[in-house]
Design a binder for this molecule. Structure first.
Ligand code: NIG
Ligand code: FE
Length: 415
């Protein structure tokens, strides 16, 4: 089995002797660390780590690959818990329309938006969708991502939703990153059902969910619970139907308006509620009484020029927070987590440590990967970032747009 030793690490971050599930409130301000450290990998697994002064024994291994990380930081690879990376075409035409004054909702109302992506996706082969999603993953790996949640939701027919999720399944088998998949048939009402909403919900409940479950294609179920998309009652119906097949909710709520979607998600024991640009005190109170993880998507706020999730209030209330990219062709055409860290620090007033917790351990929890990803612990996957030489980890969010990552290691392999 391949053995690798990373030595003279300037600072090894997010180390755990007692594995934690997630980090909340004040604890988010701290990243447990070891200065001047080593880390040992066997196969795809972290087998040992500690201060250089304790490095005995492992140096006796035969065929040991040694990486000298002098002056560099090592972190767990980022965990991106919310993406829509399986899509057919970028939508830069809509981007220009928005520059000229149209809103995201106005573009959607005239057949753009999600329905535009659905039309393109139906015309695109499974192979082409796979190849383009794989390219996106490769680009994400270069900026340090090691685990990705992938949603359907640009199919909006039984066949096309299955096609998207089959692509996600193949990515799971062939991409170097860990992948979790989410069924998002309730992303928008397709044009064919414009005057028959109930008919589309019936299709999701009676045909799509059983077909997705039959092929074992999704761990999670999602719905865009939002004015102009799906109501709380429709959300109840879809999530109940998914639960019958063991699909756990991770839902889009409170992006443009507050219609009680957070409480609906909590009622269904959602793993996460995502977006949360529009939040009140009641939502924070409700989250405090639940196990549901709030997820912020700051690059969506940046791209659409909408409010940012009140991340500071969420953390100060004692809650955990995960941050994810939302990589998709409409509201966030980027999977760049270092840029997200800058947004979280600059626009949401998180400290670099809080932002890093939000995209490592809490990101892993947000997609049910906290036992294997998101921190440096013996037995966890060797999914790691080696930074370029730096004096302070705050350089990553500070020098936005620069390349800070030297190498990404996934499953023990340098990428
Ligand atoms: O998370 N809000 C809903 N879905 C995506 C956007 C999808 C699109 O515009 O294609 C989001 O922002
Ligand atoms: Fe999304």
């Amino acid at each position: 089995m391949k053995k690798t030793l990373i030595k003279h690490i300037k600072t090894l971050y997010q180390v755990e002797s007692e594995p934690r599930e997630k980090v909340a409130g004040k604890d988010m301000a701290t990243l447990p660390l070891i200065e001047d450290a080593y880390l040992a990998i066997e196969g795809d697994t972290i087998v040992d780590f500690g201060p250089m002064t304790d490095l005995h024994g492992v140096t006796n291994w035969n065929d040991l690959d040694v990486i000298d990380a002098d002056g560099k930081m090592v972190l767990p690879a980022w965990c991106d818990s919310h993406t829509h990376i399986v899509f057919a075409k970028t939508r830069e035409g809509e981007f220009v329309d928005r520059i000229k004054g149209l809103s995201y909702q106005e573009i959607a109302a005239k057949g753009g938006g999600i329905l535009n992506s659905a039309k393109r996706l139906r015309e695109t082969s499974e192979e082409d969708l796979f190849q383009s999603a794989m390219q996106r993953i490769k680009e994400m790996v270069r900026t340090g991502t090691g685990a990705i949640e992938v949603k359907s939701g640009y199919g909006l027919t039984v066949e096309s939703e299955l096609k998207m999720l089959r692509v996600a399944k193949r990515l799971k088998e062939e991409a170097p990153v860990a992948i979790k998949s989410t069924f998002l048939g309730a992303h928008a009402i397709p044009a064919e059902y414009k005057d028959n909403r109930k008919g589309y919900i019936d299709l999701i409940v009676n045909e799509m969910i059983p077909a997705v479950a039959d092929e074992g294609l999704a761990e999670y179920i999602d719905i865009f619970c939002e004015q102009g998309y799906f109501t709380n009652e429709e959300t109840d119906r879809v999530l109940e139907a998914g639960a019958k097949y063991g699909m756990i909710p991770k839902i889009h709520v409170n992006q443009f308006s507050n219609t009680g979607g957070v409480q609906t998600g909590i009622k269904h024991n959602a793993r996460t509620v995502d977006h949360l640009e529009e939040m009140g005190k009641e939502e924070i109170e409700a989250l405090l009484k639940s196990n549901t993880m709030p997820v912020s998507l700051p690059s969506c706020s940046f791209f659409l020029s909408i409010p940012y999730t009140p991340a500071r209030e969420i953390i100060d209330a004692g809650l955990p927070l995960a941050i994810a990219t939302d990589y998709n062709p409409g509201s966030t055409p980027s999977g760049n987590i270092p840029f997200l860290l800058s947004l979280a620090c600059i626009k949401q007033k998180l400290t670099p440590e809080e932002a890093i917790n939000a995209v490592t351990l809490n990101g892993a929890y947000a997609m049910g990967l906290e036992k294997t990803h998101g921190s440096i612990a013996v037995g966890k996957k060797a999914n790691l970032i080696i930074t370029k030489e730096m004096d302070d980890i705050a350089l990553i969010p500070y020098a936005f747009g620069s390349e800070h990552i030297d190498q990404t290691i996934l499953n023990g392999q340098i990428q």
